[in-house]
Design a protein around this ligand. Structure first.
Ligand code: NAG
Ligand code: NAG
Ligand code: NAG
Length: 475
């Protein structure tokens, strides 16, 4: 905003140069050398002048910014890189200055482009006693990187160390393209690490987020497109098998918004590894583990409340399952579930529609745990529509599917194929196909499907025959 003054810079500079040259010519008579220098300068100035045909007209693209790097080094603001003294104010001042830097136009309406300004933590570790917030809403194109932030013992437990937030702003989106990179954020079991509220295109990249309290490591609320990638989140610093893990709590990432992604990220947590209550979010390449015992499943699972439209793909759920409540348009594929981890579809209002659970691997320890389970204690699922659970490979667990094939051999007039061991939904066969192959070469029986209740397909013939009946069903 205060850079407009630099637009007239070229003509003014040349005028000053000319004045300076004249001064040299008239003042520098003291020695032969100086006179020669003065003459040279005068010739140079006239050359400059001749080479500038547009001297009187404004230059075509006036420079917009005051020259100089836009890197705000926090140590020069008094931050203590040893982590002993409180660095909150120094950090806040650096953020203020970054916001007061030259304006490079706007990104989204109402969001000033800071031109890629960088707040550099200079590899230090800083003690923080209150949330680091930008001074005002409406800015973007800024990077904060390269150091450690630790919450002090009096850090407020209901806040986040870095908050992209401004309750007073009336803007729909308050920040855009803020990048948080290469940061270790240690919440000291007080509060969370990062809150991204009403912001657009925020990146959390290569961050290590730990020791958050019984809250969220990262909270994303409203806004669009927060991308969390190549990061590590865990309430406790552990490599698994921690003796105290039954007491771990918190939620690693709470996505209360749409169009976000968590990619190539490791989450170590006992409870709620990711909580999604928005839509069109993508989890890909997420490795989540906590070495939970199977008695703790219900507390360990991913929760997907509300209408989902989310995708969990190519991930590794290591002793960690998924709970999807009333899922509508949910994709879970290419994912490896280890340690009897399973998917629970939980009915709140009885809705399950457009769910693909396909092409995953499940591995367990022969305890008969079903790979996909239903919780219908609130209400039975009604209107089961476009639910496909199929093509999962299963080792040491009980398979569940919405598509099944089987055959029975018999001699008589009735054949029953019972699909209850495989089909996911009870008493639901929407489509059936069968073939009756009579063994007796002379037999040509009349046959028909008589009943598909209770996931049992009954085929009957008009006369006794020895036959094999092949059946394919679909829920
Ligand atoms: C878990 O927490 C309870 C009560 O908060 C405590 O008594 C117990 O020792 C803790 N367990 C471990 C393993 O830390
Ligand atoms: C099928 O059953 C009938 C009568 O119950 C019997 O006579 C016949 O031998 C049986 N056929 C075969 C192949 O078991
Ligand atoms: C179909 O089978 C169920 C038991 O599985 C039975 O209650 C029902 O009456 C049968 N329906 C018909 C049309 O035979």
């Amino acid at each position: 905003m205060e850079t407009r003054k630099t637009q007239v810079v070229v003509p003014v500079l040349l005028a000053i140069m000319t004045l300076m040259v004249s001064k040299v010519v008239f003042a520098g008579k003291d020695s032969l050398h100086e006179r020669h220098m003065a003459e040279l300068q005068a010739v140079k100035a006239s050359l400059v002048r001749r080479n500038l045909p547009g001297f009187v007209s404004p230059p075509p693209t006036p420079p917009q910014a005051v020259p100089g790097p836009r890197v705000y080094q926090v140590i020069s603001y008094g931050a203590d890189p040893t982590g002993k003294a409180d660095s909150t104010n120094a950090r806040l001042k650096a953020m203020e200055d970054a916001f007061d830097g030259p304006n490079h136009g706007v990104l989204m309406e109402g969001i000033n482009d800071l031109g890629g300004a960088r707040i550099d933590l200079q590899g230090g570790s800083y003690l923080i006693s209150k949330p680091l917030r930008f001074p005002s809403a409406g800015a973007g194109n800024l990077l904060i990187s390269g150091g450690t932030l630790r919450a002090s013992d009096d850090f407020p437990v209901d806040k986040y160390l870095i908050e992209l937030n401004d309750e007073s702003s009336k803007l729909q989106y308050i920040f855009e393209y803020i990048t948080l990179r290469d940061l270790l954020i240690d919440c000291n079991y007080r509060g969370g690490a990062i809150a991204v509220i009403n912001s657009l295109r925020t990146s959390v990249d290569n961050c290590y987020i730990t020791r958050f309290g019984d809250t969220n490591g990262i909270l994303v609320q409203k806004g669009h497109e927060t991308y969390i990638r190549n990061s590590f989140l865990g309430q406790h610093i552990t490599a698994g098998g921690d003796k105290g893990e039954r007491n771990f709590s918190g939620t690693a990432v709470n996505l209360v918004g749409n169009d976000n992604a968590i990619t190539d990220t490791v989450i170590v947590l006992r409870r709620d590894w990711v909580m999604i209550s928005g839509q069109a979010n993508l989890l890909s390449g997420v490795h989540c583990y906590n070495k939970a015992t199977r008695f703790w499943w219900n507390r360990d699972l991913l929760k997907l409340p509300g209408l989902t439209q989310n995708r969990i793909v190519n991930s590794y759920l290591d002793y960690t399952g998924i709970v999807a409540e009333d899922p509508v348009q949910l994709q879970i594929s290419g994912t490896f579930f280890l340690g009897d981890a399973f998917i629970l579809l939980k009915s709140i209002n009885g809705v399950v529609r457009g769910v693909n659970i396909v092409d995953n691997m499940f591995s367990g320890s022969d305890n008969g745990v079903q790979i996909v389970q239903l919780d219908q204690t609130n209400k039975a699922f009604e209107n089961v529509d476009q639910v496909v659970v199929d093509r999962n490979n299963v080792n040491g667990m009980a398979t569940r599917s919405t598509v099944a094939k089987a055959s029975v051999d018999g001699n008589g007039t009735s054949w029953t194929v019972d699909f209850n061991q495989v089909l996911l939904f009870p008493n639901l066969i929407k489509h059936v196909q069968y073939t009756l192959v009579a063994r007796d070469g002379n037999a040509f029986p009349i046959h028909a499907v008589r009943n598909v209740s209770d996931n049992r397909v009954v085929v009957q013939t008009n006369a006794p025959v020895t036959a094999q009946v092949y059946v394919t069903v679909d829920q």
